[in-house]
Design a protein around this ligand. Sequence first.
Ligand SMILES: [Zn+2]
Length: 286
Amino acid sequence: MLAPLTPEIAVMAAVLGGCIGSFLNVVAWRLPRQESVVRPPSHCPRCGTTLSWSDNIPVLSWLLLRARCRHCDSPISARYPAVELLCSGLFVAAAAAASTVAAPASNLPGAPAPLAVLGGWLLISLLLPMVLIDLDQLWLPEPLCRWGVVLGLVVSSIAGFSQAEATGRSLLLWHLLAASAGLLGFEATSAVAQKLLGKPALGLGDAKLAALLGAWLGLTGLGLSVVLSVFAGALFGLLGLFSGRLKRGQPFPFGPFLAAGGLTVWCLGNGFWLQRFSQWLGWSAL
Ligand SMILES: [Zn+2]
């Protein structure tokens, strides 16, 4: 099922990722403001001038315009090209994962390579705007979470049922179970933490994001993503406290850590992380 990642596919993935990243910037800006993501077309938020296609090329336009609007000269945030670059890189990584490492195969065993690539791109397109909105507003939008769960179950079903009916049924069940475990596990943890600390410790959005990851990654993948994100989040919190950038008890969004954990599990595979964890825990020495 594996087709090696050719330079042509890599370039195509990079260009497509940049364009999708440009659109996801718009989604992350408009969704919290309850604006349509398609209309009106991209415009400068300061002067309202509609952007011509040549001012809308991912990364390049920002560089050519020297980070300023052509019409009103107001600065354009470096976040726009950064997101486009990130999305571009992630699209290449997802294509490489599906064609060389076969990593999504550990979450969708036996899935045909094109489905693994498209699935990865879809997952990235769901997670990126969620991360951006969580960073901006400490909030994960409900519709994205809900659609993310549904799409994850659909992709898992296609991966399974395209092989055999029994495979489809067990894969769907495994991912359905993971979605429920993610939702209930996080809600229970949040309730316990609230009792112990006397204030909310986890956003409810995190539970929905965990459900989304479960639907895409299955139970093992979800577990690995949660462990990775808790480590990364704790490290970030400690570094923040020591450097004085975070105050004690100051909330910071956990969604980006969960999303990053989920994507690294998708791209590198369950086996990679299980092996690493057992090495770190010293099990391989036994
Ligand atoms: Zn302008």
